[in-house]
Design a binder for this molecule. Structure first.
Ligand SMILES: NC(=O)c1ccc[n+]([C@@H]2O[C@H](COP(=O)([O-])OP(=O)(O)OC[C@H]3O[C@@H](n4cnc5c(N)ncnc54)[C@H](OP(=O)(O)O)[C@@H]3O)[C@@H](O)[C@H]2O)c1
Length: 268
């Protein structure tokens, strides 16, 4: 897949995995637009991403958008189309996490997780797919390891990320005839501001489970994502440990439950 001159939109492109992906696309000659809510951080990220660009006429831009707001996304999608035409690539990376014990997570947090992590992806697909159908493209939705394996402490996050996974799998078959490739990225723990925030509130049991899998850098996760896109993979799981968890959860789910329960018991 040739990314040079292609129009790439990255939600959550001002930080973490999204920003790392934006820098890689910039090194490949793509025009990159990043979306997030906080404008100051978006501006700083655009400067950083621009320094990776390889062509003088490459466009690196931002828009301050809340992806959970359907009207905002739809309005901006038409502004984007008028200025640049349909995007070739969309990376739906915007997301939040909120680990905790089920009974202690307020209802509002479940609501927020679904609105940003799942509806954020849905809103982008709803607004952009109609304009992408004519020439095709590639959409990557970021789920998580917790999007195919329910993990202690992630009742809200896993629910939203399973929704992203299931949505993407169903959408993949529907979009094939329009030459729109759908991928789902399931990263393990990645060293980003999200993980830093999570680590402050994670139950000890969640830490005990995640502790075995190691942490990846956002650059490595973004690189694995783009390698997977080039191979047109549907499920992209960066890193050996993540792939092992995917295989084990598919072929030996009882064994995975036994290992997780054993780790939880040790810290109880
Ligand atoms: N880090 C991990 O360990 C890990 C593991 C598995 C999966 N993931 C997933 O990977 C994706 C990227 O995570 P990350 O770790 O790179 O997070 P991050 O560094 O915290 O970045 C999150 C990005 O999403 C944006 N965002 C959040 N809510 C938004 C909203 N309502 N509308 C628009 N933008 C919004 C943030 O900017 P603003 O706050 O300014 O809007 C920021 O740019 C997320 O979907 C996350 O769940 C992360």
């Amino acid at each position: 897949m040739e990314f040079k001159g292609k129009n790439v939109i990255i939600t959550g492109g001002s930080s973490g995995i999204g920003k790392s992906a934006a820098k890689i696309f910039a090194t490949k000659g793509s025009n990159v637009t990043i979306l997030a809510r906080r404008e100051e951080i978006l501006k700083e990220a655009v400067e950083e991403i621009s320094s990776s660009a390889i062509e003088a006429n490459q466009k690196i831009s931002y828009a301050s958008i809340d992806v959970s707001d359907r009207m905002q996304v739809d309005k901006w999608a038409h502004v984007y189309e008028d200025a640049s035409g349909p995007p070739d690539v969309i990376i739906n990376s915007a997301g939040i996490a909120h680990p905790g014990y089920f009974e202690e997570i307020p209802y509002e947090i479940f609501d927020q997780l679904m609105k940003i992590d799942f509806y954020g992806v849905l809103n982008m697909c709803k607004s952009f797919i109609p304009m992408m159908k004519a020439k095709g493209g590639h959409i990557v939705n970021i789920s998580s390891i917790a999007g195919f394996l329910g993990v202690f402490g992630y009742t809200g996050y896993s629910a939203a990320k399973f929704a992203v996974f299931g949505f993407s799998q169903a959408l993949r078959s529907e979009m094939k005839k329009y030459n729109i490739t759908i991928s789902v990225l399931c990263p393990p723990d990645t060293d980003t501001p999200q993980l830093e925030m999570e680590n402050k509130i994670k139950p000890k049991e969640t830490k005990a489970i995640a502790g075995n899998a190691g942490i990846m850098s956002p650059d490595d996760v973004a690189k694995a994502m783009i390698d997977g896109m080039i191979k047109k993979k549907f499920i992209i799981v960066p890193g050996f440990n993540g792939k092992l968890v995917l295989c084990a959860s598919r072929w030996a789910p009882s064994l995975v439950e036994w290992v997780m329960d054993r780790n939880i018991k040790k810290v109880e």
